[in-house]
Design a protein around this ligand. Structure first.
Ligand code: 1HN
Length: 347
């Protein structure tokens, strides 16, 4: 048998020679390529809105929405510097639009969600229809739809953008184009998609042409009422409190094919049982104060703060007051691929 040193030299020499043919030995990488359980290369992190907001407002003086195209401060995972990602599959950012501004029309194959964090009265237009947005509303911009935003109110408006940018980049399936004008021509009266699709009814001969939801604004007033009703109806789930998922009413699936969106109510004093799942999740705090423990990290939060929980990291939430959390993740993609898993055992 060869001595270890000469054996290692022989192997290194071998790797070098096959490297010249763009080949590599699997046995040197097998363990990390197929880990026994998820080993995320990103971390739990949080963004305190009191610290973030002054910078957002400062950005408002530095550049207009028109020049920036989208004036957004990216929430980047601290373990993935330069990536513009909050998880390996998701992008998140906080967008500011000041009174009188327009963010010009464009479209791209990346899907976007808006979750309104501060202000009310700005609109987003999607394929010729506008919707006015208020705090806590969840609004979708489906793949390849024209969209522009404008603020006709007298106050700044801030929302969370969630996009599937890293996923689309992985597939090399990104296309984008700019509109001919900054603002789209409004072709459909405001409230039309709501009337057609948001009351448990559909136009009689309507057939879905795509997976995306035909509803484009899920207002907070309705979501909050549903949570309240749920809380009156019975005890909270040990891991989630009272948690609902947003749906495409035509299919029961997620409103956006690539991103699942959720809203949960944690009653005052509620301490969740430990939970983990394979979908790394971004949270936006809508109401209340509390904390979320991920491993050894305790993230305190209050209204308008944001935080991210990595895949397969055990999370425990505690609510000091009644608290409402919006969240989004890539769960629908993982479910389509038969990959999604959860663990409620607390192990
Ligand atoms: C985008 O189109 C918007 O339409 C926001 O508001 C954020 C981040 C990257 C690429 C496109 C928007 C974006 C974006």
């Amino acid at each position: 048998m060869a001595a270890p040193a000469s054996r290692n030299n022989a192997r290194r020499d071998f790797y070098e020679r096959i490297g010249g043919l763009s080949m590599a030995p699997l046995w040197e990488q097998l363990h990390q390529l197929v880990p026994p359980q998820p080993a995320p290369k990103y971390q739990a992190a949080s963004w305190d809105y009191d610290k973030v907001r002054p910078f957002l407002m400062e950005s408002g003086a530095l550049i207009t929405a028109k020049e920036a195209v989208r004036r957004v401060l990216i929430l980047e995972n601290p373990a993935m510097p330069g990536s513009a990602c909050i998880t390996p599959t998701l992008y998140a950012g906080l967008q500011l639009i000041l009174p009188g501004e327009v963010a010009p029309a464009h479209r791209h194959t990346q899907s976007a969600l808006r979750f309104i964090v501060e202000g009310e009265g700005a609109y987003t237009a999607v394929d010729g229809e506008r919707t006015i947005m208020r705090e806590g509303d969840f609004v979708i911009t489906p793949t390849w739809t024209w969209h522009d935003h404008g603020n006709d109110s007298s106050k700044p408006m801030v929302w969370l953008d969630g996009l599937d940018i890293p996923l689309v980049a992985m597939f090399n399936a990104g296309f984008a184009e700019n509109g001919e004008t900054d603002e789209q021509v409004v072709t459909t009266p405001e409230g039309t998609s709501d009337a057609k699709f948001a009351s448990g009814l559909l136009p009689v001969d309507w057939k879905p042409a795509r997976q995306t939801s035909p509803v484009f604004n899920y207002p907070y007033s309705r979501t909050r009422e549903a949570l309240q009703g749920l809380a009156k109806a019975g005890p909270p789930d040990a891991c989630h409190g009272y948690k609902l998922r947003y749906i495409n009413p035509a299919s029961g699936g997620a409103p956006i094919a690539t991103m699942g969106t959720y809203m949960q109510l944690l009653p005052k004093g509620f301490a969740s049982a430990p939970y983990r799942s394979t979908d790394g999740t971004v949270f936006s705090v809508v109401e209340g104060t509390g904390e979320s423990k991920v491993g050894d990290k305790v993230m305190r939060w209050k209204k308008r703060d944001h935080f991210v929980v990595p895949s397969w990291a055990k999370v425990e939430h505690h609510a000091d007051t009644d608290a409402v959390l919006f969240s989004f993740s890539d769960r629908p993609v993982q479910e389509k691929l038969d990959l999604w898993r959860e663990d409620r055992s607390g192990k």
